[in-house]
Design a protein around this ligand. Sequence first.
Ligand code: BG6
Length: 511
Amino acid sequence: MAQDIEHAKTAHGERAPSCTIVIFGAGGDLTKRLLMPALYNLARTGLLPDDFALVGLDRVPMTDLEFQNHVEEAVRAFAADKHYTQTLDETHLKRLVSCMTYMSLDFASPESYLELDAKLKDLKTTHHVSDNVMFYLAVGARFFGSIVDRLGRAGLVTETDHSWRRVVVEKPFGHDLESAQALNKQLRHSLSESQIYRMDHFLGKETVQNIMLMRFANGIFEPLWNRDHIDHVQITVAETVAVENRAAFYETTGAMRDMVPNHVFQLLALTAMESPASFDADAVRNEKTKVLTSVHRVDAAHDSVRGQYAAGEQNGAAHLGYLQESGVAENSTTETYVAMKLGIDNWRWAGVPFYLRTGKALGTRYSEIAIQFKRPPISLFRNTATDELTPNCLVIKLQPDEGALLSFGAKIPGPKIAIGQVHMDFHYKDYFQNAPSTGYETLIYDCMIGDATLFQRSDSVMAGWEIVKPIQDYWASGEAPLAHYPAGSEGPAESDDLLGRTGRAWRPAAE
Ligand code: BG6
């Protein structure tokens, strides 16, 4: 097993140290749609190293020039979307692509890794790069283990005191607890934990990072952030997109594996964690892991819902049901929606239910965390019973309308005492200039400077799989019902019952 080596640190905001990025799966969608525009944004903002090289690896044969043209095209296409990049700067783009080379490689052939080794040595002369290398595995999860094995055998991930070798692993990390443990064991055979950067792109989102800032950089929230004041928490990641052209992936993945142990649990951990001793990677990750390991065993039959979209209507247009989508088996039971109720066994949260839901082909795209406070204990207002007082709610809006909303009661003007609900509504865009990004910039940059705070540590990945295990087992037993919901709706009625049986209700979409 490889040992951790401490490397010199680059301060945040400084140009990253000289390195080479090697992308496995350089011809794929992720590289084209997200990694290249992100690298361009890093180049434009002066964070990419001065001495930098990139090696694109994939099976298809391509010359360096063809690859460079492919990248240039991708960045140009995405620059058209102002959400990702600002006006294209030709100098930065040209300089970036000039750092790129391409190798057609058979991931399974040991000789290919020797060629890669020779290539990396060459780049030290041709591109004046250091020995630092980031290997980015933008390939199907089934290749992660074998690629790392081969990198290890070819000596490509051996670090020295002066140079690092890091491997970025995309999600999903395993498909259940056992497979994640097996994959981790396989990776750890060649890599130390500090060399593994397990990607969860939600952590690259500004608003997700802001959850910690909002909680720990303000005095007013923390005293209320506990079981004494909070009735329950709702975490929603609702998507309007359906399965699209990803049926092959989605059929074996489903909403649970695709979204829950990774993205949704990151939101859960950031919402529920204790304040870390510092913002060091391990201090933050310790606290996040503690939350996940404190989640008590889910009663799957009672507290989880799996759903699949049926034909419906979205924005006035007919929408196919999941079973009619191309590439989906006609009797598929793959879930496109999941909801669950979790409890956290610690002093802060005992007795506070956390309701989580995520789904595809829904009516509204939005991700948010709603903190529902308790009702006031008594009503001082004649004719208003306490259960008629609407409890306060703090909503952290993650996307697309990024901000926060606090709802509370106020007097409706007039001689009568009557209470109306009002909102304090903060929108990011009203205060800060939006820095266009793909969300991958921070993560690629952090990996280059060796800051693992926004990457998942193995214990937290395992804790996530451990939480969903009883649900996965129950669903696999064949006894779990599959709820259906019309595409374009808010999800299955069974999901409403999850809260409804205790007199609670989901916050309506985009309120
Ligand atoms: C990905 C999932 O990890 O996250 C997709 O595989 C999902 O199914 C996507 O649509 C959501 O991310 P974002 O950034 O579009 O909210």
